[in-house]
Write a protein that binds this ligand. Structure first.
Ligand code: PLP
Length: 371
């Protein structure tokens, strides 16, 4: 019988994720599967927690990968912290802020939002003003808004939240492993990420971390956490302590892959990894500007790992992306929502952020657009 996998091509992943994967991470996926209660596997779990703490810059004990993609991380943070009618503030300037709003609303929270134009950042002063008008239990924001390429000022917003009793919840799906995420010093109480962006792993796991203050809120809830699978108080018993308690069958080989990808980051060094993202972003922007392609976002708010470029006049969005995929074996992302048909999103995430990839996408665009 024909095996479809024989025809899977190697595509240079320069979209909004998944990103390119290092061969050693593919090797990790193919190691022999151990049992989820196996003592050696438990050592690996402990090491994953330690490496995640390094990448997230946190001492939080409750730092684990949840089984599921980034959205499962989002659900984990909200479902554990939110109870019905809790006052929540969501800061929105793109698709993923909107998704947070939807998740919190489904849990019956009393959700307020502050909205900012797509392609521009959340303004901390507006947040401070809103915080003076009402006491919130949680304030949530997306650090790297993948739908627009905007970096939100998470540290500055945190300074205002710190003056209140609110918990600070941050989406670091696209930022983690590509730019600094200083969980503890920025006063973040809950964060989640995904493996398929700057961690350069296949999609399938969602690293999360909760501060002791957040854990306290979780352990003193009035009502039971309404989701069994994502219940942090139960997951803790599998991920911590001398005796481990089975919760669900961990995705063993994906966890090997995450371990290997975190090891690569730790070996390269966080500062060096951030610098590599920044240098390649700079090279990409200079190259794009040389061929007359403009960036959507103002320089100070640009994400190095997600470059939103304005589709040049006369270029057909789908045709250009189609030719990149077909003739050059390169994937880039389309615009979403109000930016559909207006921008392309060029990812430089994790292992994708390399000079040869920047050169390849620039020369392909040059040829396709006749520049
Ligand atoms: C900022 C952000 N948050 C959340 C998600 C959701 O992650 P996933 O698609 O892995 O469920 C994404 C995915 O692109 C994202 O970019």
């Amino acid at each position: 019988m024909n095996n479809m996998l024989d025809d899977v091509e190697e595509i240079l992943l320069m979209g909004p994720g998944p990103s390119c994967i290092h061969d050693s991470v593919y090797d990790a996926l193919s190691r022999k599967t151990l049992g989820h209660m196996d003592p050696y596997f438990i050592h690996i779990m402990d090491e994953i927690k330690r490496l995640l703490q390094i990448v997230m810059q946190t001492q939080n004990k409750m730092t684990i990968p949840v089984s599921g993609t980034g959205s499962a991380g989002m659900e984990t943070c909200f479902v554990n912290l939110v109870e019905r009618n809790d006052p929540i503030l969501i800061l929105i300037n793109g698709v993923f802020g909107q998704r947070m709003q939807e998740v919190a609303t489904r849990l019956g929270a009393d959700v307020d939002s502050l909205e900012f134009e797509w392609g521009t950042p959340v303004l901390p002063d507006k947040v401070a003003e809103k915080l003076r008008s009402k006491d919130y239990k949680i304030v949530a924001v997306v650090h790297a808004e993948t739908s627009t390429g905007v970096k939100n000022p998470v540290e500055k917003i945190g300074e205002f939240i710190r003056e209140t009793n609110a918990l600070y919840l941050v989406d670091t799906v696209t930022s983690l492993g590509g730019i600094e995420v200083a969980t503890d010093s920025w006063g973040i109480d809950a964060l989640y990420s995904g493996t398929q962006k700057c961690l350069s792993c296949p999609p399938g796991l969602a690293p999360v971390s909760f501060s002791d203050r957040a854990l306290d809120v979780i352990l003193n809830r009035q009502n039971k956490i309404p989701n069994w699978y994502l219940d942090v108080s139960m997951l803790t018993k599998y991920w911590e302590g001398q005796t481990r308690v089975y919760h669900h069958t961990a995705p063993i080989n994906m966890l090997y892959a995450l371990y290997q990808s975190l090891l690569l980051i730790a070996e390269e060094g966080l500062t060096e990894v951030f610098q590599r993202h920044y240098e390649n972003h700079k090279k990409l922007v200079e190259g794009l500007e040389r061929i007359g392609i403009q960036m959507l976002v103002a320089p100070e708010y640009r994400l190095p790992m997600l470059n939103s470029v304005v589709i040049p006049e006369g270029a057909d969005d789908a045709e250009v992306r189609g030719r990149l995929r077909q003739d050059y074996k390169i994937e880039i992302g389309p615009g979403l929502g109000p930016l559909a048909g207006k921008i392309w999103r060029i990812g430089l995430m994790g292992h994708t952020a390399r000079e040869e990839n920047v050169d390849r996408v620039l020369s392909a665009l040059k040829e396709i657009l006749n520049r």
